[in-house]
Design a protein around this ligand. Structure first.
Ligand SMILES: NC(=O)c1ccc[n+]([C@@H]2O[C@H](COP(=O)([O-])OP(=O)(O)OC[C@H]3O[C@@H](n4cnc5c(N)ncnc54)[C@H](O)[C@@H]3O)[C@@H](O)[C@H]2O)c1
Ligand SMILES: CC(C)=CCC/C(C)=C/C=C/C(C)=C/C=C/C(C)=C/C=C/C=C(C)/C=C/C=C(C)/C=C/C=C(\C)CCC=C(C)C
Length: 603
């Protein structure tokens, strides 16, 4: 088991224990240091003034997420001419929102996170049933190692004084593919490449060249300090310090993995394998997967490796939320944002469905762009930039998820943690219910299930249209039927006796994901409508609305916990510059933002 250790550069941040820790709520495998008292010494810039007089909203946040208590708030007064209490309000506490919030908080901003649900994390949350702790979404964690510049989850936690124990996963994923093709993606790059070459010896050169380009891009990314690509002082500084690396990234920015693969590889089955490699992280084939994103995941799994947090993925969001509060900011649960308040065209506040209103200098939405511009903003006309985004990207389908508790004996010895199953026909890769994702996190962390049991988290793509217009009875019956088919496929392909070993089962549909994650149609994220120009068309964090920013998987660079962490870092940097906390140059800002908008129009 690995423990990530972070050294603190400032003596002020050194080992202050959590104030008044309660053993019942101890964070399993996580350590956070309360540095709120020392933060002003280090980050004492740009804070909003807080006097009783100018309090717009007073709130007491409760972060005891194990007990799940909602925050209490009491409305005092709204004096719109006074200073704002908050520098930023973040709508949503997905990892994207939490990273943006914590990054701002450590820079000295006062942030309020509004979360609709009762715990933080969104798709990276958790739920507990009958002694099992289930991850809501993905269990494959990139960016969670202790080396390089791309360990963004590790860095986000470290920024708020948290470190987590992680368990290295020896195999990122075990592919079970048509024609009996079985490939294990070993943590060690050499082992993985030898295995792949042993299956396609005639393509040895092509394999080495394709993955070689991935490494070139990954190494360029890993050499940069990652901040907002919408902030010119930083961006030009990086070009000055690392010209070759930046030019490499600029060159590959508009390219897709499928085109690069086809330059070097001819075997159709190997190209289909590359499609599957891309599909598991982008829900589209390689021809539609940006090369930078493909390189990021195809290499990080070997560079830093995939590491699972002790106690489950939900612990990441819990620690970020705790770190946020330790830094003097706030999080409010059961706070369902119904609209973004505009004043003279500027975003200045958020109204909740229960009528409460909160005001801040800037508003950041972690809801998807479809939800932000389709529901939260009540403007008549969709801004041009958003029209362009919606023309280039559609909502990826949602998914059907099955959480199972099973008897441990059903798994053969040395079963891998993550599996991807596509039995007969490569053409079914992207079809609804065509391929199956399976994670068994208890292979790595047995504490997530009662003794003698394992968790199987199974998911497959599915569209909301498939589940609408059904009576409750028909809906329940359809859930049973579809789940039964998926489980039978896994029983046949991987685990004989699976059905009779089940002791707990819960099935979620796209409607479940829409309801609990507040994502339009339960979408998994954006998906290019046709072949994209790599990442060129993806919007960053600023929007056409003054004072409004977006963060999360419908922003650059897209889906993935590490991707939304980067989105959070970029967003916090741009917002901090606009708040006057970070350096900014208004003339260069206007020039760069116009240039980027023009680039996007080419995509
Ligand atoms: N099965 C999976 O593996 C799976 C599924 C979906 C998404 N994902 C991944 O999850 C990540 C998404 O992260 P993210 O940060 O973009 O978002 P997220 O969807 O995880 O979190 C958004 C949060 O905002 C909250 N929210 C939305 N609308 C709100 C409103 N009106 N008022 C208050 N709160 C509101 C939601 O409750 C949620 O907690 C991506 O990595 C994506 O690829 C994984
Ligand atoms: C600005 C301009 C125009 C130019 C300039 C140039 C430059 C400098 C550039 C730069 C760039 C950059 C920095 C970029 C960056 C990027 C990044 C970081 C990216 C990232 C990405 C990531 C990703 C995409 C990830 C993803 C992941 C995912 C999604 C995952 C998932 C998972 C799952 C689903 C699981 C599976 C399971 C099984 C199999 C079971």
């Amino acid at each position: 088991m690995n423990t990530l250790n972070f050294g603190f550069s400032s003596p002020n941040l050194k080992s202050k224990p959590l104030s008044n820790p309660k053993p019942r709520n101890q964070y399993h495998g996580i350590f956070c240091f309360d540095s709120s008292k020392s933060q002003n010494l280090e980050f004492g810039v740009g804070r909003a003034k807080h006097s009783k007089k100018n309090n717009i909203f007073r709130s007491k946040s409760v972060v005891d997420v194990d007990k799940v208590v909602e925050s209490e708030s009491s409305y005092t007064s709204v004096n719109r001419d006074d200073d704002y209490l908050y520098d930023a309000i973040v709508i949503g506490s997905g990892v994207g929102g939490l990273v943006a919030a914590t990054q701002l908080a450590v820079k000295g901003a006062k942030v309020l996170v509004l979360e609709k649900y009762v715990i933080p994390g969104g798709s990276s949350g958790f739920y507990k049933r009958d002694g099992f702790t289930f991850d809501v979404g993905s269990s494959v964690m990139f960016g969670f190692s202790d080396k390089g510049n791309l360990n963004l989850i590790t860095q986000a936690l470290a920024a708020v004084g948290c470190r987590m124990q992680v368990i290295p996963d020896p195999t990122t994923v075990h592919f079970h593919l048509p024609n009996g093709l079985s490939v294990q993606v070993h943590r060690e790059y050499k082992e993985f490449i030898s295995e792949l070459i042993s299956k396609f010896p005639h393509e040895k050169e092509g394999i080495l060249k394709f993955y070689g380009v991935c490494w070139k891009i990954f190494n360029a990314l890993n050499s940069l300090e990652l901040k907002s690509l919408e902030e010119p002082i930083y961006l030009f500084g990086q070009f000055f310090k690392k010209p070759l690396e930046c030019l490499t990234l600029a060159y590959y920015l508009p390219q897709n993995a499928g085109d690069i693969a086809r330059k070097y590889i001819k075997d159709p089955e190997l190209l289909s394998f590359i499609d599957a490699e891309c599909f598991i992280v982008s829900t589209v084939n390689a021809m539609q997967t940006p090369m930078i994103n493909a390189s990021m995941v195809l290499c990080d799994r070997h560079f830093g490796g995939i590491n699972y947090p002790v106690g489950g993925v939900g612990e990441i969001a819990k620690s970020l939320a705790k770190g946020l509060v330790n830094k003097g900011s706030e999080i409010l649960y059961k706070a369902n944002a119904s609209s973004i308040i505009l004043e003279n065209g500027k975003a200045v506040g958020v109204k909740l469905s229960d009528g409460r209103q909160f005001y801040a200098k800037t508003i950041i939405s972690n809801a998807t762009r479809w939800d932000t511009f389709g529901k939260l903003l009540k403007t008549e006309e969709l801004p041009e930039e958003e029209k362009r985004f919606q023309k280039a990207y559609v909502k990826a389908p949602s998914f059907l998820s099955i959480h199972l508790g099973v008897k441990a004996e059903v798994l053969p010895p040395n079963t891998d943690c993550h599996h991807f199953v596509l039995e007969d026909d490569w053409k079914s890769l992207e079809d609804p219910y065509g391929s199956i994702f399976l994670s068994i996190p208890t292979v790595l962390d047995a504490s997530l299930a009662p003794e003698g049991n394992h968790i199987l988290h199974i998911f497959t793509t599915s569209s909301i249209e498939d589940w609408e217009g059904l009576s409750r009875k028909d809906y329940e019956a359809k859930k049973e039927l579809v789940a039964e088919k998926i489980i039978s496929r896994l029983e046949k392909q991987l685990f004989p006796g699976l059905k009779s070993s089940i002791i707990f089962k819960e099935v979620g549909t796209p409607k479940t994901h829409r309801r609990y994650l507040a994502r339009d149609s339960g979408t998994y994220g954006p998906m290019p409508r046709r072949t994209p120009k790599g990442l060129l068309g993806m919007p960053f964090n600023t929007t056409a609305i003054n004072g409004l920013y977006c963060v999360g998987d419908s922003c650059f660079p897209g889906q993935g916990v590490i991707a939304v962490s980067f989105s959070g870092v970029m967003c916090a940097h741009r917002v901090a510059a606009d708040l006057g906390i970070e350096k900014k140059n208004p003339v260069l800002d206007t020039g760069l933002l116009q240039l980027l908008s023009w680039f996007r129009s080419l995509a």
